[in-house]
Design a protein around this ligand. Structure first.
Ligand code: HEC
Length: 129
């Protein structure tokens, strides 16, 4: 952007998603190893705190599903570990390529009461093996 003197691609635009998909494809298989330094630590801490904070009308934290119950099923979906890798992805639900931000919006809206059950079921097809 700086070098090309080009305007930034709009967030969630087709062009930015395409570029992110290309970079993500090249990063496949690499470990997630964020550098923890003084500048980034407050963000890491605040993210960790938010992930463990109970919130919303269901009073659930992200970790209650994604750490404590991953591998079990919730309303027909396997509860994943919520790893942020692999984005952007195509989802049938979106009928399009979408970013991690889009997935997080879906996750957050999941806190609103819907017809789905609020507690993970134990009809586990545990993928932990
Ligand atoms: C009630 C259980 C529950 C809670 C609470 C929950 N999630 Fe999820 N989450 C799920 C399930 C189930 C899926 C899989 C949904 C699907 O594939 O359609 C999922 C999917 C995800 C994904 C996509 C992961 C992937 O492999 O693509 C992310 C990211 C995510 N959640 C993040 C969060 C965050 C952040 C929070 C807290 C703000 C949160 N979730 C809270 C159950 C939960």
């Amino acid at each position: 952007m700086d070098h090309q003197k080009a305007p930034p691609l709009p967030y969630e635009s087709k062009e930015l998603l395409a570029l992110s998909a290309y970079v993500a494809r090249q990063s496949r298989g690499l470990p997630i190893e964020p550098k923890i330094e003084a500048r980034t630590k407050p963000f890491l801490d605040s993210g960790r705190e938010a992930f463990h904070r109970r919130q919303g009308q269901l009073n659930l934290s992200c970790s209650q599903c994604h750490d404590d119950n991953w591998g079990k099923k919730l309303a027909g979906s396997v509860i994943p570990q919520a790893h942020p890798t692999g984005y952007p992805i195509y989802r049938l639900e979106w009928q399009n390529l979408g970013s991690l931000g889009g997935a997080c919006a879906t996750a957050s809206s999941g806190f609103a009461p819907r017809s789905r059950s609020s507690a993970p079921t134990s009809s586990s097809t545990s993928s932990s093996t």
